[in-house]
Design a protein around this ligand. Structure first.
Ligand SMILES: CC(C)(COP(=O)(O)OP(=O)(O)OC[C@H]1O[C@@H](n2cnc3c(N)ncnc32)[C@H](O)[C@@H]1OP(=O)(O)O)[C@@H](O)C(=O)NCCC(=O)NCCS
Length: 224
């Protein structure tokens, strides 16, 4: 999330939302539409235009955004970001799941995964949740569902993440999902006029298979 790849200033393409977003998805190919990943309390699904307002309200607060790339500053900006995520998914370069709590369809956060440039052999992930949902278990289950998708569906071999050293929750969240600290990237992230050090983390496919067997999580029912 520190390196949220969306750059509004570069996004000049105005395309309608793909039809697959509003109609039942019949393909099993994630390029055509993301599967719904269902856990015990969390459901991950494709973003939709109507997620813009809740995501704007939840992800632009100071506590959520202080250590991540600046999110869009308006609801319209989030609408453009959402349209961009769908185009990127169709192009096979990136996926972004909306996080919802079972029984409620409101988006309360996102998990995003960006191709490292080799057909998802390597990738980078990021995530953010509305602060009302911190420490509730939503992150753990949403992360497990995402990691299962990353390693078993996308076929990623090595998944990286960056967390500002000062971001205690972000580092704690990555560590508990089995991410391994590899190095510190000194002064690598410019935020609010200050260069921050970041920790580079990685999870290998073999790491995840070992971690998931030690976690009491039921793995996703995929609805297409
Ligand atoms: C990152 C985020 C999604 C994690 O969700 P969360 O619900 O806060 O995560 P959890 O509470 O499940 O896990 C965080 C862990 O860090 C621990 N932690 C909290 N503060 C900490 C600190 N200062 N130092 C170290 N660990 C800390 C928590 O105790 C918890 O571990 P536990 O469950 O074993 O007790 C959420 O905090 C968020 O949206 N933050 C803002 C966006 C962001 O920074 N994203 C980038 C992350 S790299």
């Amino acid at each position: 999330m520190e390196k949220m790849p969306y750059q509004a200033e570069l996004d000049t393409q105005l395309m309608p939302y793909p039809v697959a977003v509003t109609e039942p998805i019949t393909s099993t190919d994630w390029h055509d539409g993301l599967p719904v990943l269902t856990g015990e309390q969390v459901v991950l699904r494709e973003l939709r235009a109507s997620d813009a307002a809740p995501l704007f309200a939840l992800l632009t607060t100071e506590e959520v955004s202080r250590f991540i790339s600046p999110p869009p500053t308006t609801v319209e900006g989030f609408e453009k970001f959402i349209a961009w995520t769908l185009r990127q998914r169709q192009a096979g370069a990136y996926v972004c799941f909306a996080v919802t709590v079972k029984g409620f369809d409101t988006a309360i956060g996102i998990f995003q995964v960006r191709d490292g440039g080799q057909g998802f052999e390597t990738a980078e992930w990021g995530f953010a949740l509305g602060s009302q949902f911190w420490g509730t278990g939503v992150f753990t289950e949403g992360a497990a569902l995402t990691l299962e998708f990353v390693f078993e569906t996308l076929g990623v071999h090595r998944l990286e993440a960056r967390a500002a050293v000062l971001n205690g929750r972000g580092n704690g969240a990555l560590l508990k999902m089995g991410a391994v600290q590899e190095c510190v990237l000194r002064k690598s992230f410019l935020r609010n006029g200050q260069y921050l050090d970041q920790v580079l983390y990685a999870i290998l496919d073999s790491d995840w298979r070992a971690t998931r067997s030690s976690m009491n999580i039921k793995f996703p029912v995929q609805v297409h």
